[in-house]
Design a protein around this ligand. Structure first.
Ligand code: ARG
Length: 425
C-alpha cells in the first residue's frame, strides 16, 4: 500500500498546482462587459499576476512571457457573487430526513457543493449559516487548494432566539438541547458574536424573524428584540464584521435596520415605509426571489413539511412584489439565492426572475458583482480593475441581451487560473 500522504505534503502539492510565484496570465476575449457602466469593451486583455489584475482593457499589451488564455468570440465578466448560500445544505434533504445523516456528513456535502457552485460561475459566496464551523473548514480547504470552490465568506452558526428560525424545534421536549447558536438576551448576543469571531466567522448572521423552513414559528413574526439585535450589531461592528439578518416580516426588517444590521436577507414583507427606511440607512436587501418556484414545484418530495409549504405560500409572491417596489425605490441590492434550499449550481436562474420583477439585466448583473462587493465591503471583488482578484467568467453572447446565458457559463477563471473550460462541450 502506498504510504498515506501527510497533510503537509498534500498542502505543498496543492500549492504546486496553484500558479507559481509571480506567474503572469493574459486573458483575451472578443468583449468585456464593464459591469459598473454597462459599456462593452471590444478586444479586451486582462493581465493577472499572482491572482490579481495588473492591467485590463482594450489595447493592453500582452506582457512577454505571459501565459495566454484566448477566448475568441466570448464575452468576459467579473466572477459572480452570491451573498446568501448554504453550501453545507442539500435541497433534497429537508425536514426529518436530516436525522438519517451523521453530523460531519454536511461538511462532505459542502465539498461537493463548493465545486458545483464555482463551476456555475460563482467565484465568491457568502455562507450565511452552517453548523459545527463546517463552512470555516471548507473555506480553509478551498484556500489551501485542497478542494475546488469559490472564495467563501463564512458566518458559521446563525444566531437566533430559543424556538426561533435558527433553533431546532422539530423534536419533543424530552430531546431538549440548546443549539450552539441560541441567545436569549443582549449579553448572550454579544458573547455569541465574540465566540463566533474567535472560531472563524467573517460575518454575523442573525434570525430576526420566523422562517419558512422552521417548525412552529410564524414566518412574519419578529424573534429578536431591538436590544438583542443592537447588542449583536454593535459587537460585530466593533470587531469589523458585517451583520446579515434573516427577516421576512416587516417589524423584524424595520427593527434590524434600526439596530444597524447591514444586509436584510429575504426582506419579503417590507412595507413602503420600511423600504424608505432601508434606503435612508443604506441597508442592502438580499432577496432570494427565485426560490419560491423550486420550493412549490417540489412540494413535499424533498421531505419539506406541509407547514413549510404553507408558509412559503404566504411569502413567495409578496416577496416578488416587494422586490419590484424596492428596486423602484432604489434600495441597494445584492444577489442572494439561498442555494441550499434549492440545488447548488443553479444560482444563476435567479437573474431572469430579477429581470422579470423589475431590474434591467445590467442591474441584475450588478447585484451579483459591484453590488455584492459593496454589501460585503470587499473592494477586491466584483470587478476586473487593477488590484482586484482575477476572477472572471466568459459566455458566448451578450448577457445584457439574454441574461439566461449566465445559467450555463462555459469558462470560469479564479485568480487567473482556469477552473472550468467547457467550450465546445
Ligand atoms: N431560508 C428561508 C426560510 O426558511 C427560505 C425562504 C424561501 N422562500 C422565499 N420565498 N424566498 O425562511
Amino acid at each position: 500500500m502506498r504510504p498515506a500522504m501527510t497533510v503537509a505534503a498534500l498542502l505543498s502539492a496543492a500549492l504546486v498546482a496553484a500558479p507559481a510565484a509571480a506567474e503572469t496570465v493574459a486573458v483575451t476575449a472578443a468583449h468585456l462587459l464593464d459591469v459598473t457602466t454597462g459599456r462593452t469593451i471590444d478586444s479586451p486583455v486582462i493581465v493577472v499576476t499572482d491572482g490579481h489584475v495588473v492591467a485590463a482593457g482594450a489595447g493592453v499589451a500582452v506582457p512577454a512571457g505571459a501565459r495566454r488564455i484566448d477566448l475568441p468570440g466570448m464575452t468576459l465578466l467579473p466572477g459572480l457573487i452570491d451573498v446568501h448560500v448554504h453550501l453545507t445544505s442539500d435541497a433534497e434533504i429537508r425536514g426529518y430526513r436530516h436525522y438519517a445523516y451523521t453530523d460531519s456528513f454536511w461538511t462532505v456535502v459542502g465539498v461537493a457543493n463548493a465545486k458545483t457552485t464555482l463551476e456555475a460561475g460563482f467565484t465568491t459566496v457568502r455562507n450565511v449559516g452552517s453548523n459545527h464551523f463546517d463552512d470555516v473548514a471548507l473555506r480553509q480547504a478551498v484556500d489551501a487548494g485542497l478542494v475546488p470552490g469559490p472564495r467563501i465568506v463564512t458566518a458559521a452558526y446563525a444566531i437566533g432566539a430559543t424556538g426561533g428560525h435558527c433553533d431546532n424545534a422539530s423534536l419533543p421536549p424530552s430531546y431538549d438541547r440548546k443549539d450552539a447558536s441560541i441567545v436569549d438576551s443582549p449579553e448572550e448576543g454579544r458573547a455569541k458574536v465574540r465566540w463566533l469571531h474567535k472560531y472563524g466567522a467573517q460575518v454575523i448572521k442573525i434570525c430576526a424573524t420566523g422562517g419558512v423552513f422552521s417548525t412552529g414559528d410564524a414566518v412574519g413574526a419578529q424573534q429578536l428584540t431591538f436590544d438583542e439585535m443592537k447588542a449583536i450589531a454593535d459587537e460585530a461592528h466593533m470587531l469589523g464584521l458585517k451583520v446579515a439578518a434573516h427577516a421576512h416580516g416587516d417589524d423584524g426588517i424595520r427593527t434590524a435596520i434600526l439596530a444597524g444590521v447591514d444586509t436584510i436577507e429575504h426582506a419579503s414583507l417590507a412595507s413602503d415605509a420600511t423600504i424608505a427606511l432601508a434606503k435612508a440607512h443604506g441597508s442592502f436587501f438580499d432577496m432570494d426571489i427565485y426560490n419560491d418556484d423550486y420550493i412549490l414545484s417540489t412540494g413535499t418530495a424533498n421531505g419539506t413539511s406541509q407547514e413549510s409549504l404553507d408558509k412559503e405560500r404566504l411569502v413567495g409572491l409578496k416577496q416578488r412584489q416587494t422586490f419590484s417596489r424596492a428596486v423602484k425605490a432604489g434600495v441597494k441590492m445584492a444577489f442572494a439565492t439561498d442555494a441550499g434550499v434549492y440545488p447548488h449550481g443553479t444560482n444563476a436562474r435567479q437573474f431572469a426572475t430579477m429581470v422579470k420583477w423589475g431590474m434591467t439585466p445590467l442591474q441584475a448583473i450588478q447585484a451579483a458583482t459591484v453590488g455584492a462587493s459593496a454589501a460585503l465591503s470587499r473592494p477586491d471583488l466584483g470587478g476586473l480593475a487593477v488590484g482586484q482578484w482575477g476572477d472572471m467568467i466568459a459566455v458566448a453572447g451578450d448577457p445584457l441581451a439574454d441574461v439566461t446565458l449566465l445559467q450555463s457559463v462555459p469558462v470560469v477563471i479564479k485568480g487567473g487560473v482556469v477552473v472550468k473550460d467547457g467550450r465546445g462541450k
